[in-house]
Design a protein around this ligand. Structure first.
Ligand SMILES: Nc1ncnc2c1ncn2[C@@H]1O[C@H](COP(=O)(O)OP(=O)(O)OP(=O)(O)O)[C@@H](O)[C@H]1O
Ligand SMILES: [Mg+2]
Length: 481
């Protein structure tokens, strides 16, 4: 929280007190020696001077506190959005195409008055744009990560209420914003945005429909994940007691289309945690990574998708890095972003700066991940997202077609699903095509038959290639003899 008084209240109070004492003394002396008219003149002069000393205190609530966000600012924005509709004429509204509602915000320099326990409080929103020259980091002049804008609220009130405002009103605003958030259940998705080589978070309301109820995955694993999340939320005191940062890491691994991203969405919707999607390919320096991480809020999920192929991470020992195929190659001079930097910062400073942090890493190839990421304590739970099962299929049918009961086509479909590697995404795609249950299942049967033929052809081709290879090998063995 950034609270700046302007001017300093203690200095004003001291000046005021000493001036009052001085005035009383002066009045006593004046009564004895100076005529009444002259006294009145001096007295009115002193009074008009006293009136120029401000009786108001102002709290400045900036959007950012250094590197990290300011919860009081966020809370004030939410709290005031409920007040400003009726009270001011100039409003700013915005809506992303995915959002259902538009958000109402203060326009520049607008003011609104709020009353709390008889105290009159005036809120004003200020937006300042500042031009900043690029930071020069390691000779790379194009790169900088600086804020070119400053947003803040000014909260003004009579200074005699200073303590009450700080001790009661500000916590009241925080609490109101929290209950508003919980009531509205707003989950935000933060993604990286690059403006003129600077990287910051942009956010939109997150409305992914995936929940644990719609997620087709192993029933036991699903229960374990939910139980683990619940336990994590309840263990604040435990983490404090054992001296560990209140953070939990989940590694989701499995083939494409098995629901790794859907599981992340389900977690966020279940916990009502914001998601920060850390697209590593956009990050070139450890310093960017640190700054971005410090700007994430508590009660959030930090997501690093496709860790195996999304970035060329220099390895931990030297100037080499691993490419998308797991091959070691010389480290790129422009990339000063390393896996060790990422892991150390996540484990160390960052996690101790916040509470209730979840980190989710996804990969299609667990084997290609750096062992450092897999060592105990880093990713607390490894969750295998696998191909579709019989139960998973029934759940998809119920989600997509609303069918809870039995259907004569089920047995043959389930047998096919069990005997082949079919992903939930493939079946979901088929079920999405037509609403009618019979026609949709018919379509799915056709899809599975085509898949079986394709699989058989691939197998035949492989056998043929192996035979050709063996014949060639035998021929070359004969020549060698
Ligand atoms: N387990 C699942 N349960 C329900 N729907 C699923 C599941 N897996 C995939 N789907 C459906 O397929 C779509 C794609 O799945 P998703 O993006 O979650 O897969 P992924 O494992 O993250 O794939 P990738 O490895 O390519 O990122 C989802 O939007 C959803 O409609
Ligand atoms: Mg995914």
């Amino acid at each position: 929280m950034v609270v700046n008084f302007s001017p300093s209240p203690s200095s004003i109070f001291a000046a005021y007190a000493s001036l009052s004492a001085f005035v009383m003394l002066l009045q006593t002396m004046l009564n004895q020696v100076i005529p009444r008219q002259v006294q009145n003149y001096i007295w009115s002069f002193i009074q008009s001077y006293l009136r120029t000393i401000p009786s108001n205190a102002t709290i400045i609530i900036e959007e950012r506190d250094g590197m990290s966000g300011n919860e009081v600012y966020d809370a004030a924005e939410i709290y005031l959005s409920t007040k400003i509709r009726e009270n001011i004429d100039r409003l700013k509204i915005s809506k992303c195409h995915k959002d259902n509602d538009f958000s109402v915000k203060f326009a520049q320099c607008q003011k609104v008055v709020d009353i709390f326990e008889g105290i009159e409080l005036e809120w004003k929103f200020v937006y300042e744009e500042r031009k900043k020259s690029p930071n020069v980091i390691d000779g790379d002049t194009n790169h900088y990560l600086s804020m070119s804008e400053k947003k803040y609220f000014e909260l003004s009130f009579h200074k005699k209420h200073k303590d009450k405002v700080l001790d009661l009103y500000v916590p009241f605003v925080l609490e109101k914003a929290n209950s508003f958030r919980a009531e509205k259940k707003i989950v935000k998705l933060h993604t990286l945005s690059c403006h003129l080589s600077s990287i910051t978070w942009d956010s939109i309301n997150f409305r992914h429909p995936s929940t644990f109820n719609t997620l087709a995955m192993d029933t036991k694993i699903k229960k374990d994940v939910i139980a683990d999340l619940e336990k994590f939320l309840q263990r604040k005191e435990f983490y404090k007691k054992v001296g560990k940062a209140w953070k939990r890491g989940y590694l989701l691994y499995g083939p494409p289309g098995t629901g790794k991203s859907s599981l992340i969405a389900a977690m966020a919707n279940y916990l009502k945690f914001d998601i920060y999607d850390l697209e590593l390919t956009n990050i070139r320096h450890d310093s960017d990574f640190r700054k971005l991480l410090l700007r994430t809020s508590n009660r959030s999920i930090l997501v690093i998708e496709d860790m195996d192929c999304s970035v060329e991470l220099p390895n931990r020992n030297g100037p080499m890095c691993v490419d998308g195929l797991g091959q070691a190659r010389p480290r790129d001079n422009h990339t000063q972003f390393s896996l060790s930097g990422l892991l150390n910062f996540m484990d160390g400073l960052w996690s101790s700066c916040g509470d209730e942090r979840i980190v989710v890493v996804t990969t299609n190839n667990k084997d290609k991940l750096d062992p450092a990421l897999l060592r105990p304590g880093r990713m607390d739970m490894h969750i295998h997202m696998s191909y579709l099962t019989r139960d998973g299929f029934k759940l998809l049918v119920s989600t997509y077609l609303g069918n809870q009961g039995y259907h004569e086509r089920f047995e043959e479909i389930e047998e096919s699903i069990e005997s082949m590697k079919i992903t939930p995404a493939e079946v979901a795609e088929e079920l999405l095509k037509i609403d009618d249950l019979d026609t949709s299942l018919e379509g799915l049967v056709n899809f599975l038959q085509c898949r079986r033929i394709e699989n058989n052809m691939t197998k035949d081709k492989e056998i043929e290639e192996n035979e050709v290879h063996n014949v060639k090998r035998l021929a070359s063995d004969d020549t060698d003899i």
